[in-house]
Write a protein that binds this ligand. Structure first.
Ligand code: FAD
Length: 333
């Protein structure tokens, strides 16, 4: 289908983009990578009267790490995060993980991180990652630029704190400490699909090897990505062991979705062959160690706890944890 008629305005500076948005108010929509907006227009789910294209705004392409925050501009593409060498560093593993599984490589060439946050699809990948890493979004409005915590930014499905005539001018991810690691685990029917369920987890350890900070969020588990604060509370202050993981999963009980013991959305991750009639393996209400663990449970342990521990003082503990979780670190796709 063709989209409904619209006017097209190309901005070259942030001020020009903002002026266009102010001028056209509710009629106008920002066009970033177009990977969500254009399909929505073609299906006539969105009928903006005016498109304000920000792709020519050079000042919006930035990707900066000033030591405190990683600042990502509104036109920084998914593929740029995927290709940034330093993102391969362990402390950024959550961002590295997600940057490889959003849609497919073609979509990632154009799609932007800020655009994904502004789109706020319930099954979007970046929204859960932004929650787990406690990102903040900069929003420019008539009163100037304000910084909005991601929890307040994501209002409801396809709804954010960006108001009429406003625009998001960047997202800021706090630079994680050395003893930090994270992982994004996404179940999808096939590579390139939206998540059937996904979890973003990031933990930072203190010098004594206990968990100092934890971020846990789910995608495709509610009207928009959700922070699992019960799980975060269950993790903080604890030593990173399999049992701690199990307790965090059980603490996610409010996301229970069905099967006998009550499966949290986290447990969807245990349905590693969703739709093929398999029973979940290793629901953490049962046994929590050894071969009864779900593969994803082990993945979390191996990808997050192991590396984070190696960076703290608990090298020996990391070693024993690694041998306990086995060699199951392959990505699901
Ligand atoms: C085939 C396909 C598969 C996909 N699979 C996935 C997937 O698995 N996971 C996933 O997360 N996403 C997926 N997407 C969506 C994709 O990641 C989009 O790129 C992303 O959702 C939006 O980014 P964008 O830059 O393209 O934004 P656009 O499509 O340009 O904009 C999206 C919305 O955000 C608004 N917006 C954008 N930037 C700003 C701004 N700076 N200020 C205010 N409003 C703004 C727009 O007005 C629009 O309403 C898929 C898309 C396609 C086409």
């Amino acid at each position: 289908m063709f989209p409904a008629a619209f006017n097209y305005l190309r901005a070259h500076t942030p001020d020009e983009a903002f002026a266009f948005l102010q001028q056209h108010g509710a009629e106008a929509r920002v066009l970033a990578g177009g990977q969500s907006l254009i399909p929505a227009m073609r299906f006539r789910l969105a009928r903006p009267g005016v498109l304000v294209d920000i792709n020519a705004v050079r000042d919006f392409t930035y990707l900066r790490n000033d030591g405190q925050v990683l600042a990502i501009g509104p036109i920084a593409r998914d593929s740029e995060i995927e290709r940034a060498l330093w993102i391969g560093e362990r402390r950024w593993s959550l961002l590295h993980d997600v940057s490889r599984v959003v849609a497919d490589p073609v979509v990632r060439q154009m799609g932007t991180i800020v655009g994904s946050l502004c789109h706020n699809d319930p099954s979007g990948d970046w929204t859960a990652v932004a929650l787990a890493s406690r990102a903040e979004v900069e929003v420019r409005g008539t009163g100037g630029t304000r910084t909005v915590k991601i929890d307040d930014f994501l209002v409801d499905s396809f709804t954010t704190a960006v108001g009429e005539g406003e625009m998001a001018t960047g997202v800021r991810f706090p630079v994680p400490g050395d003893a930090t690691a994270g992982s994004y685990q996404k179940l999808e029917r096939k590579v390139g699909d939206y998540a059937t369920a996904a979890a973003a987890v990031q933990v930072s350890l203190s010098g004594d090897g206990t968990i100092r900070e934890a971020g846990v969020a789910l995608s495709a588990a509610g009207p928009c990505a959700v922070r699992v604060d019960d799980a975060e509370r269950a993790l903080v202050g604890q030593r990173p062991t399999n049992d701690t993981t199990a307790k965090a999963v059980i603490a996610s009980g409010r996301f229970m979705i069905g099967p006998p013991q009550g499966a949290a959305a986290w447990t969807q991750l245990s349905y590693s062959r969703l739709g093929r009639g398999r029973q979940p393996i290793g629901w953490p209400g049962g046994e929590t160690t050894g071969r009864h663990q779900s593969r994803e449970h082990r993945l979390f342990n191996q990808k997050i706890y192991g590396p984070a521990l190696r960076r703290s003082h608990g090298r020996d503990e990391a070693g024993s944890l690694q041998s306990e979780v086995g060699r199951h670190g392959r990505r699901p796709h």
